[in-house]
Design a binder for this molecule. Structure first.
Ligand code: HSE
Length: 436
């Protein structure tokens, strides 16, 4: 039986990991795939730069398009990232009738709809397990393992850098900037770390998971994205006092009105398993109507962890290479003609409970004004905590937990509270989820 020939685009962290794991476990991987798998070509940006893997037997070039146009190669593994040159290369690979494996979340979240349609037309597969939560096989779990379920919601810690920052802030009371610098040094952060801390990377991954969960086209532009850079040390502390932890969650929820698609700091009860996912680790909690909650945990980034997902995709493709393209697992779990146009809700229509921190003057009647405003907007207070006045200026932090309310009512209430003369500074709000 002829071997399946692979061309890898990019031999950086994940590319090198892929070469290393494939060569180390080749016998087992071949036994699973049923065919020999051979990386014959690889493209790198700089041929003089040393790679973290052996390139023996691999033909190296700095011309990625030449690899994509090589007629002997059946599978292109795109590990360049971004939506520039990677989009051109993947598009060309599909046009050339090659299967594609990619770890590129931005590419799938932003261009997946067109790429999948083109792949369908050409009878090839685009596999993207490594694009979401690194080594955790969450795409396969949702697309195949949970195929019986109507998925109700999912919530994930899907950015290791952000989770590392929040964990260090909580455990070691470290500053945001200091921890970010360490995450960058560890090689977890994106090339542009604002993608991590502002939630863009997580929104890419959430967009992909939501489409697979609910059978909707990819709609990254409709995801609500809020980062963690405004979380203060005192919020971390008050959350702990109240029995919660702050996690940067990606949440996708099906409601009667549509789909909520949102990434933001979220307070969750500290007893939940997912609240205890710390450091750079990722986890995704999926609620199916039949199975109930299922939790997937593991390394969301890193060389060999991500390579694990890349190679699993290669094995899937190798196994299916001779099957009828119409009968392969659909890219977004649902057959293309079964995707629905369920709307993505704007964040103003999202319903959650809230943590509020209001900095007020220490004067009679201040609390009454705040609770009156909340009451007028139909917002019930669940708990209230007034801290000692801060030493300078007599400013008192008032912490409130509310019951569930539609976000537009909370927006209106916060605007009125911030307009009070006795309220100093903007109101800090953190959405809460019970995840029960
Ligand atoms: N920057 C990402 C993270 C890498 O920190 O999780 C994996 O996508």
């Amino acid at each position: 039986m002829q071997s399946v020939k692979i061309g890898v685009l990019g031999l950086g962290t994940v590319g090198s990991g892929t070469v290393n794991v494939l060569s180390r476990n080749l016998q087992e991987i071949t036994g699973r795939a049923g065919r020999d798998i051979e990386i014959t070509h690889a493209a790198v940006r700089d041929l003089t730069k040393e790679t973290a893997c052996s390139t023996e037997g691999i033909s190296l070039t700095d011309d990625a398009m030449a690899v994509v146009n090589n007629p002997d190669i059946q599978v292109i593994v795109e590990l360049i990232g971004g939506t520039g040159v990677a989009l051109d290369l993947v598009t060309k690979a599909i046009e050339n009738g090659k299967h594609v494996v990619t770890a590129n979340k931005a590419l799938i979240a932003l261009h997946g709809n067109e790429l999948f349609a083109k792949a369908q037309e050409m009878g090839v597969t685009i596999a993207f397990e490594a694009a979401v939560a690194g080594g955790i096989p969450i795409i396969k779990a949702m697309r195949e393992g949970l195929a019986a379920n109507s998925i109700e919601w999912l919530a994930g810690i899907i950015n290791g850098t952000g989770n590392f920052i929040l964990t260090e802030m909580r455990d070691k009371e470290r500053d945001f900037a200091d921890v970010l610098a360490e995450a960058q040094a560890l090689g977890y952060a994106e090339a542009d770390p604002t993608f991590d801390v502002e939630g863009i990377d997580a929104a890419h991954k959430l967009t992909i998971m939501a489409s697979i969960a609910f059978g909707i086209p990819l709609q990254f532009d409709k995801a609500y994205t809020e980062g963690i850079s405004k979380i203060a040390q005192e919020d971390v502390k008050y959350a702990a006092e109240l029995g919660y932890r702050i996690k940067h969650l990606g949440i996708a929820k099906k409601t009667e009105q549509g789909v909520e698609l949102r990434v933001h700091p979220t307070m969750i009860p500290h007893r939940r398993l997912i609240a205890n996912v710390d450091g750079v680790m990722n986890a995704v909690l999926v609620q199916g109507d039949a199975v109930g909650p299922t939790l997937y945990y593991g390394a969301g980034a890193g060389s060999e962890a991500t390579a694990s997902a890349v190679i699993a995709d290669i094995v899937d493709i190798v196994r299916a290479v001779t099957t009828d393209p119409e009968n392969r697992v659909p890219h977004l779990a649902f057959q293309p003609d079964a995707l629905s146009d369920t709307p993505i809700l704007p964040v103003s229509e999202v319903v959650t409970s809230y943590y509020l921190r209001v900095s007020t003057e220490d004067k009679p009647g201040v609390l009454a004004d705040i609770t009156r405003i909340l009451g007028e907007q139909g917002i019930s207070i669940e708990a209230i905590l007034q801290k000692q006045p801060e030493e300078q200026g007599g400013i008192v932090p008032v912490i409130m937990l509310t019951q569930e309310v539609v976000e537009k009512n909370m927006d209106a209430a916060i605007a009125q509270i911030e307009a009070l003369e006795t309220v100093k500074d903007s109101v800090m709000r953190i959405r809460m989820e019970s995840l029960g």
